[in-house]
Design a protein around this ligand. Structure first.
Ligand SMILES: [Zn+2]
Length: 452
């Protein structure tokens, strides 16, 4: 987990991009010019309070359901207004639990981690439980308690979370099962939605950190969507409210993430939960946590996600989202193409027994923010392919490193889909390596190009 100083630096960096974003706005169509109002007055104090709200033990972010419930169950006391019930079992018989809090008339349903490897929203719900339970007199908590009833289905896909994989244990993507309802997890969520009949819904996901904001080079930290209720992409009254709520999230996060907030693709998907809850009349907001460079466990992003979600809930509780200009949502560029993670350009591939060949490499990582578990995705002329990080290998040879197991195992393969395992060296035998990648990228290793 980043130390507070690192966090401060990350956020300062995020804030630093604002002027750049503003410059680009000048050249961009007038669509981006709607002025963003200041965030809620309580937000800076909530930011300062956040270290007390952060539930510990959820970093690294590939925790399983048992671990998560162990961390949050002590927070969910009946005396603090929480009610818990089991509403189903996953395919592997893990409990699916519904948490309820508040006594207001506006019903809100929040669900997280339908995709087992998308845990940011689940961390945020833990922090939210702690805020609601331990700060009952905070004006925001009081407003939420009086005016809303919050219903939660955290970690819809506990079997996927146990393996940190997207799909459930039956190999089904639960967020493409809203129509067929083949999986027990989808049925539990649908039954809860039918019972609660929420006015508002929050569908909490993570997206690839490779996504850029529009056609810019800026990574998307948060993407928002008020999904359409049908393929006609119309704005009915429920969706209009969802757009306003999404805009309040942007307003809250703009001081931290200007230029790093995008809109998710609005194409209606008749199998996806967010789209169908919109069709069922719930003002639904999809929040996709992307990534912030240097925040490998998404802990900086977790806080911002928490602040944005709390601002949205508070707006719903107080009705303050009403009248928020839709342009604050509409102006957000859509997610652009996801960029690959690492590009090694300008080098000469020297595979033993083959003639040397000029070739660039692309490497993608299974854990892109922590640069772990890299494999080769492309080989050849990649001069025009952007990537999150580029290594200049001009004048160097790309030489296979020895596989784990050393001399006996022989050299790694440099081939599409093979594990990334090579040196950059001054000679074709790799005797004098200046840089090495062996599955995980050591970001502290000085990159060649500058010094040689
Ligand atoms: Zn997802």
């Amino acid at each position: 987990m980043p130390k507070p100083t690192t966090l401060a630096l990350l956020l300062a960096l995020a804030a630093c991009v604002a002027p750049v974003a503003a410059q680009e706005t000048a050249a961009a169509p007038a669509a981006e010019s709607t002025p963003v109002p200041p965030p809620p007055a309580w937000l800076p104090a909530m930011d300062a309070l956040y270290p007390e709200l952060r539930v510990s033990g959820l970093d690294p972010r590939d925790f399983d359901a048992e671990h998560w419930w162990q961390a949050v169950t002590p927070l969910l006391d009946r005396s603090a207004g929480f009610h818990i019930e089991d509403i189903g079992r996953s395919a592997e018989d893990r409990p699916l639990r519904h948490v309820r809090w508040g006594r207001g008339k506006t019903r809100v349903l929040l669900w997280s981690q339908m995709h087992g490897d998308e845990s940011t929203g689940t961390m945020v719900l833990a922090d939210l439980f702690r805020f609601l339970g331990e700060h009952p007199d905070h004006p925001v908590a009081a407003r939420l308690r009086a005016n809303t009833t919050l219903h939660f289905l955290p970690m819809v896909n506990p079997d996927g979370a146990a393996r940190f994989q997207r799909r459930n244990t039956q190999g089904i993507d639960i967020n493409r099962d809203a129509r067929m309802l083949a999986t027990p997890e989808a049925r539990a969520l649908k039954a809860l939605h039918d019972r609660v009949r929420p006015a508002y819904g929050f569908n909490l996901h993570d997206q690839s950190p490779g996504y850029r904001v529009g056609d810019s080079g800026r990574g998307t930290a948060i993407a928002l969507l008020a999904p359409p209720p049908s393929a006609a992409n119309e704005v009915d009254p429920a969706r209009a409210r969802a757009i306003e709520v999404a805009a309040t999230i942007r307003i809250a996060l703009e001081p931290y993430l200007a230029g790093h907030i995008a809109r998710w693709d609005e194409t209606f998907n008749p199998r996806a939960f967010g789209d169908l809850t919109a069709q069922w009349g719930t003002s639904t907001v999809l929040i996709e946590a992307g990534g912030i460079e240097g925040d490998p466990q998404k802990q900086a992003l977790r806080k911002l996600h928490f602040l944005g979600l709390l601002a949205a809930l508070d707006a719903i509780a107080g009705g303050s989202h009403a009248g928020t200009p839709h342009a604050l949502y509409r102006d957000l560029p859509e997610n652009g193409e996801p960029w690959p993670d690492l590009r090694v350009v300008g080098g000469t591939l020297a595979i033993p027994g083959q003639p040397p060949v000029r070739a660039d490499l692309l490497v993608n990582f299974r854990h892109p923010l922590s640069w772990e578990d890299g494999s080769i995705r492309d080989i050849g002329d990649l001069a025009d392919t952007p990537a999150r990080r580029t290594i200049d290998a001009s004048g160097l040879f790309v030489v296979p490193a020895l596989a784990a197991g050393g001399e006996a195992a022989g050299p790694c393969r440099i081939a599409i889909s093979a594990a990334a395992c090579f040196h950059l060296a001054r000679d074709p035998e790799g005797r004098d390596p200046v840089w090495t990648l062996r599955s995980d990228l050591d970001t502290a290793q000085p990159a060649p190009g500058a010094g040689h």
